[in-house]
Design a protein around this ligand. Sequence first.
Ligand code: AP5
Ligand code: MG
Length: 214
Amino acid sequence: MKIIMLGAPGAGKGTQAKMIADKYGIPHVSTGDIFRANIKNGTALGMEAKQYMDKGLLVPDELTVKILLDRVAQDDCKKGYVLDGFPRNIPQANVLEDALSKLGEEIDFAIDVEVPDENIVRRMSGRRACVSCGATYHLEYVPPKQEGICDTCGKELILRDDDKPETVKNRLQVYHEKTQPLIEFYGGKGVLKTVDGTRDMQEVFADIVDILGE
Ligand code: AP5
Ligand code: MG
């Protein structure tokens, strides 16, 4: 099963993608997580990506596309995957479609997690992410057991550099301009499913399970 998560920054794509990956036993592939791991490890790719991410801009396709195609070519992706943060624009969607069609494959579901802009800034400013394992929390909605410490691995929780309100505004603008057209793109291919992302995360997940099947 090959799934794409669509939705604004902070809509809950990562939260839902992790739950899907656990339930269906497929890898969660997040280009944002791949970039953040590279930043943390100080790689050349990470340094370059950070310049764009900190401004809320998309990392250029030349850097992004190859990383994603290499990742989904790995063995663990043979039975499917859930893509979170890719594609981010129409050219990326076309590259993915071409790569899949060469293998005689296609995307099964594009799930759009709908959340209005008004809710987004609040979600982002409350988000805390683990510096080590990438687990995500929210000060109000999903607080860690101990303040500032990851429940899973015991390392420090931080506010992502790009979750500052000024940067979130830029990310939303980039989303509407570059990423939102993908809703129509996948709608035209008959694979688009929309869920109301404003509700409790378990309720959102229940809708997704209804779509994907038990
Ligand atoms: P990326 O990491 O993909 O960030 P994003 O799309 O901006 O999305 P987020 O991770 O911020 O939000 P999310 O939808 O995953 O929400 P989450 O589940 O965490 O990309 C970062 C940057 O990398 C980009 O800006 C770009 O520069 C670059 N990049 C990445 N991919 C790229 C590509 N393909 N091309 C070019 N550049 C690329 O939830 C948010 C918060 O809300 C959390 O605290 C969570 O606990 C909480 N929450 C979630 N669901 C609910 C709910 N139902 N109710 C209440 N709270 C909730
Ligand atoms: Mg995410």
